[in-house]
Design a protein around this ligand. Structure first.
Ligand code: 6PG
Length: 635
């Protein structure tokens, strides 16, 4: 299909031509780019072209039109004011003419608004003098906004719009993988990546070029055109870095969106930012969905676990798409569901990551003990972990750890080559803040964050290790009994890590009145996400009846016996000088939670001693507070 958008200067040929090209997935060309050098020089020196000058230019364009027609087709913006010019370009059978129809006042005013001044005196007059309005083609009145003009043209061309069901903005690893996942599931997906000269060029186009089999992907690098290609209400999934970039992107989108359009933030945004954005967008007539997405690159590509929260109606409209691309649980149901209002989707993802940090650090501690205390080699460790995996401790993180243990680089194990400095992007720390805010005991998961921080201070650790000379243990002892304890300890800490994470979700849900469904959340986490495991599968049923994991019959009997194994592992590790912060904190957490009479009576006494903060008494009622003049009574 060849379309020529024609009209006087300032009538909007480039804007309309580009939008039309994008709608129809055709390349766009501007006739001015095809002038021979001679014409360019002449125009640059301010001399108007005559018909003799135009002849070779128009003939060249006619030749291109023949070529374009034989390939994909094209949209050409060309003033083509006179009938004889149009004759040179080609027959009316071949070309669909679109005449942009506006009067001199309208165009003059628009030019003034755009350029801040009127066109050079006489230029617009001369354009209108030269104009021979075609008696054929589509006459598109230009009083309306570009989108309505496009609708008018498409209707006149009798073209059904081929709009996309969803638009994904940001073609980083996660955005691209989700886009390919959508396209593979037959979802018509518009993809957009910003154009940054020299840095980010043709990113979306290259995704399509690299995946020619993905017929449902349509690439854009012009925001407005991308948005015009989405079904209304538009669904725009932001896959960009969390933080300020999200606010900036939302600001850029707002002027082009209409009431009811939906913005989805699929990044790891802070839940308070998401609650703020939800309220802000609602005021602007737009819908906002804050969605946690877990599973990394592979998950996004093949089936992630998805936690959409915010506008319930908007999520309802999105679920048919998300259910197609999400991972499936063992019953074949998609690992995606509406989480709750405001930023709760991102809150839940943040806690997911906090458990992820805890589970990763726990595995690192298990590995550290086996490698340095038991002096086992990575493949031996892999073998033991594989046994655990097959004995009911299966999890994605355990699986990948086993793979990592077996990965070699030449003759050596790759793991031995990796610098022991853990990085982080913040979600673990945000959970710690949230735990403080909601007064939820969070020790082991706090320690997982702190362990990363300590690990990152490598040079300081090196200096201090020389100063203190703590030696690595030798491993020359029979560790078989301790190995069994280690397995039980691992199982115990995992239960506690999950207990702590779900407690935070429960407390935040109560405090914010979010009504979050813990069993449903665990269900979403049974596949696709990083913390999927056998344990999570059990929790997805058990949490339906009881929100408190420490009270569940299955775990009460297990923890009653296994916490002793944890104690043995901790004391052996401490004696050997091996740091195991998450295991130790988990044990303290457990003891703290299950101890009826604590030593906090002393804390209260101290507070009252130096600050007259008062205390309650075991032999008095709960509303009675006492103060003692300690010095005097001690005399
Ligand atoms: C997931 C991951 C994912 C990402 C983390 C890593 O669920 O798919 O959690 O979101 O890998 O952001 O976080 P750190 O860089 O903080 O370890």
């Amino acid at each position: 299909m060849i379309i020529v958008v024609m009209g006087v200067s300032g009538s909007g040929k480039t804007t309309i031509g580009k939008l039309l090209a994008a709608k129809l997935s055709l390349p766009f060309f501007d006739a001015d780019d095809f002038h021979p050098d001679f014409n360019v020089k002449k125009m640059a020196s301010g001399i108007p072209l005559d018909d003799l000058d135009r002849q070779p230019w128009l003939e060249k364009l006619a030749q291109h039109i023949i070529d374009w027609e034989q390939h994909k087709g094209a949209v050409l913006a060309c003033s083509a004011l006179k009938e004889k010019y149009r004759q040179i370009l080609g027959s009316n059978k071949k070309i669909n003419w679109i005449y942009l129809d506006g009067n001199k006042d309208l165009i003059g005013n628009r030019m003034q608004a755009r350029l801040g001044h009127y066109m050079k005196a006489g230029l617009l007059d001369s354009q209108f003098e030269a104009l021979e309005i075609p008696s054929y083609g589509i006459h598109a009145p230009i009083e309306r906004d570009p989108q309505s003009i496009i609708q008018h043209i498409l209707q006149a061309l009798n073209i059904h719009q081929n709009l996309s069901e969803i638009g994904i903005l940001g073609m980083g690893v996660m955005g691209k993988s989700l886009a390919l996942n959508c396209a593979e599931k037959g979802i018509k997906t518009a993809i957009y990546n910003r154009h940054v000269p020299g840095k980010e060029e043709k990113i979306a186009q290259n995704v399509v070029k690299d995946n020619p089999q993905m017929r449902h992907l349509i690439p854009f690098d012009e925001l407005q055109v991308f948005l015009h290609n989405l079904e209304v209400p538009r669904k725009i999934l932001l896959m960009i870095p969390a933080g300020e970039a999200v606010d900036q992107q939302i600001q850029q989108l707002i002027p082009f969106l209409e009431d009811g359009d939906v913005i989805i933030d699929g990044g790891n945004s802070h839940y308070e930012d998401s609650s703020r954005r939800a309220a802000f967008l609602e005021k602007n007539g737009l819908r906002f969905v804050a969605m946690g997405v877990s599973g990394g690159e592979e998950g996004a590509r093949k089936g992630p676990s998805m936690m959409p929260g915010g506008d319930r109606e908007a999520v309802k409209g999105l679920l048919p798409i998300f259910e197609k691309i999400a991972a499936k649980n063992t019953n074949g149901e998609p690992c995606v569901a509406y989480i709750g209002p405001e930023g709760s989707g991102h809150f839940v993802k943040m806690v997911h990551n906090s458990i992820e940090y805890g589970e990763m650090q726990l595995l690192a501690e298990v590995y550290g003990l086996m490698r340095y205390y038991f002096a086992m080699h990575p493949p031996q460790i892999a073998e033991i972990l594989e046994q655990w995996l097959n004995q009911g401790e299966s999890s994605y993180l355990l699986e990948i750890t086993i793979d990592i243990m077996r990965t070699k680089e030449g003759q050596e194990y790759l793991l031995d080559k990796i610098l022991d400095q853990a990085a982080q992007k913040g979600t673990g720390g945000w959970s710690v803040e949230a735990a403080l805010k909601h007064a939820v005991p969070y020790g082991p998961l706090v320690e997982a964050v702190m362990a990363r921080i300590i690990s990152s201070q490598k040079s300081n650790r090196l200096a201090l290790s020389n100063l203190y000379g703590i030696q690595k243990p030798k491993g020359d002892f029979d560790y078989s009994e301790l190995l069994e304890d280690l397995k039980n300890a691992y199982r115990t800490v995992r239960i506690l890590n999950h207990e702590i994470g779900f407690s935070l979700i429960k407390q935040a849900s109560d405090d914010h009145k979010w009504s979050l469904d813990l069993a449903k959340i665990a269900g979403i986490w049974t596949n696709g996400c990083i913390i999927r495991s056998d344990l999570m599968m059990k929790l997805s049923t058990l949490l339906d009846e009881n929100s408190y994991i420490l009270e569940m019959d299955d775990y009460v009997s297990l923890l009653r016996s296994d916490h002793k194994s944890l104690g043995k592992v901790i004391s052996a590790s401490i004696n050997a000088g091996v740091a195991i912060p998450v295991m130790s904190a988990a044990f303290q957490y457990f003891l703290g939670r299950v101890t009826a009479s604590s030593s906090a009576n002393l804390i209260q006494a101290q507070r009252d001693y130096f600050g007259a903060h008062t205390y309650q008494r075991v032999d008095k009622g709960p509303d009675e507070y006492f103060h003692t003049e300690w010095k005097k009574s001690g005399d």
